[in-house]
Structures are given as C-alpha cells and as structure tokens.
Design a protein around this ligand. Structure first.
Ligand code: BES
Ligand code: MN
Ligand code: MN
Length: 462
C-alpha cells in the first residue's frame, strides 16, 4: 500500500485545510451557548462523510445532540468495521492561557512536533483523530481499495458523558451490527514508539454541596462559633485519602482487579522516563498510591480527585464572610470489576457519614461508566498491530490508558463486539487544557495507518 503514502503527500494541504475548517466551529457540548455550533458541526461531519464516499449518511436526532451515521456496504458477506468518534469538544477555558484563540486554528512547531502541530480546541480530542477516519475512507474509495464494509457513528455528547448514545445504541442494534469497533480517541507513547490502548478506566463523577448556616455570615460576629462549610468541606475531602494515598471509602477496593507480578513487569517494559515526566510538568516529585509506579497509578489503579471547588468570596479584594454553602466536583477513575453505580453509592454513604452535625451534605451523581480492557489475541488487535508495524516500521506496545470512554463498555454489552483503540495523540498534546494541539505528523500518519487496519482485519477475518 505504498499508494496511501503518495495519496497523503499529494493531498496533505487539503487534508489540513479541511480539518482546520472543522476546528473553527466551536462545538462545545457542555455549554448551551454553543448549541447551534454543535448542530452545525454535525452537519459539517455529515457532508464530509458524503464527500468521502459513504452511500448513506444521516443526521440521527436523539434527546440531545444528533449522532451522525454513515455507511458504505460493499458486500454483506464481508466484515464490517464500525468507526466511533466524537465531534463535540471540551470548553476552551481558561481562554486567556491560550497562545492563539482556541477556535482559530494555527500550525506551530513544538519540541515534540518539529513538523508542526495544529493548535485548536478539539484538534486531538477528537475532531482531528475522527477526521483521519474520514480521509482514510476517502482514500480507500478513490483508490478502489476498500476491502470490507464501513459504518460511522460520530456523536456530539462524548465530553458530557454520552447521555444520548446509549439510547441510540439500544434502539439501533441491527443498524450498528459490526465485527469490530474502531476508535481513534486515545494516545500513543511517542512518534517513534506507537502503542495500542488496551484498557480505559471507568468513571464516577459526583458533585457535593455542604450547607452550614442558612445565610452568609459576618466572619467576625459568627466566626469560631458556627461551622464554616468551606473549612468543613476541605477537611472532609482531605479525609478521603490516608497517608499512603489510599482511598478511605469503605469497600472502594473490594472488587479492584489485582494484576499479577508478571503482568506488572510486562507493563513496566514500556519506555518511560520519570525525569522527563517531571520536567514536562514542572514538578519536583510525583504523588500517588504507595507501592505503585507512576504508570500503574495512572492506569491500573483507581483514583479520586477534586476537579473543582468553590464557595464564599473569590472576587477582588477581601470580604469577611462565612459562606452558607461550599461545593466540589469530584471524579473517581475506576478499574475493571469496579461498578460505577456501586462506587457512587459507596462514596455517597461515606461522604454523608463523615459530615459533622454542624452541616448538611448533598451528593449529586453526574455520570459514569465502566472500565474496559481488550485482549491482545483478538483479530482486531492483531490487525491493528500489523497496521502500525507496517506504517511505523516498529511493533506497537499494548498500553492501558488512564482516560475514560465510558461508552466502550456499553458497546461490548449491547453490540457484542470488541473495540480497538488506535490513538495517535501524545500525552503532551494538552487535551482538555489550553493550547490543545495535534501533530501534523500524527494526523497524516493516522490517515496512512487506518487503511492498513482495514486490509489486515479483512484478511485475518477470512
Ligand atoms: N478522548 C478522551 C479520553 C481519553 C483520552 C482516553 C486519552 C485515553 C487517552 C475523551 O474525550 C474524554 O475526555 N473522556 C472523559 C470522560 C467523559 C465521560 C467526559 C475523560 O476521560 O475524562
Ligand atoms: Mn475524546
Ligand atoms: Mn475528551
């Protein structure tokens, strides 16, 4: 398939420009101020699938944002690949920390991307990675080399927990029938050492509210005599970990899958430099659960983190006040065999139990999902490994990621097929952060590698 390399080189400028146009639409699913932009993005994705050569493309309405469905069925007896991706993006905040506006894409060089990287919200997560599949499809259709059937399901609510996708999947099992699900919404180790994501963590996301007195109080007149909800919340949060950074919620670890020494040793073979890791983040030391390495802490171990905390006076100057309420948003990343709904319950019970009588607490679950692991002896994994090996000239390493795509576990349950995660982003691409970017090399290499997956998957399925 040397042709794909030539095709990519020939059409490189157009591939970049098309992605740049898509990145200009601010499809922020979390913020209703952008709702028309989210809908317009679905329309743009639909058009791109039509142009790439899908025979049928539909905008499927849901209770939330639409799902774009496309397909090209060449022969019912051939295997079917279902591509999943998302066209929504995270909010760009804090906007002032971007070196160029988040929805005005520009290409700039970075130390990890000497060939340049596209800077924009969604460049890597996931518009850029999703669009690689559209361009790979275009190539296979133009070159008459599509070896099997393809279906696309591109959603617009991934960054808010995919509330409508399960609704859609449950109602469209026949339409979505496939032999393998292919997703590019994760990362790889480096541009010279590709990896395939074999695991994702689950998630339980909650919001807590601590209420003290029925109104904000003068901190001189009442201070010392009435519980300050912010002080109490800080103390309660601190109680959620012990001195070994273990989570203290009773029952939290009961179902956690323990990896064998051999599996952990195998994992430790992936190239990793703790010094570089610290340097990249400007930290003097790492932090985490005792007896686990950094790579274990962020992949095979569950965690609990405060994502936001607020209350009281945060404006300019000083205001002497004891707030009536304090709030925090808390996420727990989960590993195989932990059930997110059960963990949400355990959290709620424990959090309520550690609250002193001087305050009231309310826990509101947001969303969640189960962890996922995929075996490396499946046809899908083997095909992906062969594709990377051919395009990068080096064998990819299987890696468990710390991130979550909660819908993947549901795909396995509802559609009974394995998901293969061919991610082309780097950890340094700043997804969800200011200055998100996606390497030009990575984008083009993705377009080059995907058709090889189709080729090997079809061959190996025979
Ligand atoms: N693409 C990410 C998940 C990801 C990134 C997995 C890198 C592995 C490596 C996805 O868009 C995401 O951000 N997921 C959320 C969960 C969702 C429910 C909001 C996450 O992991 O926080
Ligand atoms: Mn994503
Ligand atoms: Mn994301």
């Amino acid at each position: 398939m040397n042709n794909i390399k030539n095709y990519v080189q020939e059409h490189k400028e157009r591939f970049l420009n098309e992605l740049i146009e898509l990145l200009k639409i601010p499809s922020v699913s979390a913020d209703s101020a952008y709702s028309q932009d989210v809908i317009n993005t679905a329309e743009a994705v639909k058009e791109s699938l039509e142009k790439a050569g899908c025979d049928l493309v539909e905008i499927c309405e849901t209770p939330g944002y639409p799902i774009v469905y496309g397909e090209k069925i060449i022969d019912k007896n051939l295997p079917t690949v279902l591509v999943y991706g998302h066209y929504d993006v995270q909010p760009p905040d804090p906007v002032e920390l971007w070196t160029s506006p988040p929805f005005e894409p520009v290409i700039k060089e970075t130390p990890k991307h000497p060939e340049g990287a596209i800077f924009a919200r969604g460049a890597c997560d996931d518009k850029g990675q999703m669009y690689m599949h559209v361009k790979a499809m275009e190539y296979m259709v133009q070159n008459d080399s599509l070896p099997c059937n393809v279906k696309f399901m591109i959603e617009g609510e991934e960054e808010v927990g995919s509330p409508s996708l399960s609704w859609f999947v449950e109602r469209n099992q026949e339409k979505l029938k496939n032999d393998v699900i292919l997703i590019s919404d994760t990362g790889m180790i480096s541009n010279t050492q590709p990896s395939i994501t074999t695991g994702l963590r689950g998630l339980s996301y909650v919001e807590v509210e601590v209420t003290g007195p029925n109104r904000d109080l003068h901190s001189g007149l009442y201070g010392g005599a009435v519980a300050n909800p912010i002080n109490i919340l800080a103390k309660m949060i601190a109680q959620l970990h012990d001195e070994n950074n273990h989570i203290t919620i009773p029952g939290f670890y009961d179902k956690v899958e323990e990896l064998s020494r051999e599996e952990r040793d195998e994992m430790a073979k992936a190239p990793f430099s703790l010094d570089e890791y610290k340097k990249a983040l400007d930290i003097n030391d790492v932090h985490g659960e005792a007896t686990y390495t950094t790579n274990e802490r962020n992949s095979i171990r569950p965690t609990l983190d405060v994502n936001g905390i607020w209350g009281g006076y945060t404006g300019e100057g000083a205001k002497t006040v004891i707030a009536s309420k304090a709030y925090a948003k808390i996420s727990m990343r989960l590993v195989p065999d932990q059930d997110w709904e059960e963990i949400t319950e355990l959290f709620t019970k424990y959090f309520e139990s550690i609250a002193p009588d001087s305050v009231r607490v309310k826990v509101t679950p947001h969303h969640g999902g189960q962890a996922y692991v995929t075996p490396i002896d499946s046809t899908g994994y083997q095909a992906a490994a062969a594709a990377y090996e051919e395009s990068f000239n080096i064998k990819p390493i299987p890696v468990r990621s710390g991130g979550s795509i909660p819908i993947v576990a549901l795909f396995e349950k509802e559609l009974k097929s394995k998901t293969i995660m061919m991610g082309f982003g780097l950890d340094s691409d700043a997804i969800h952060s200011p200055n998100e970017h996606f390497g030009v090399f990575n984008y083009l290499k993705g377009i080059e590698t995907i058709p090889l997956f189709y080729k090997y998957f079809t061959e190996m399925s025979k």
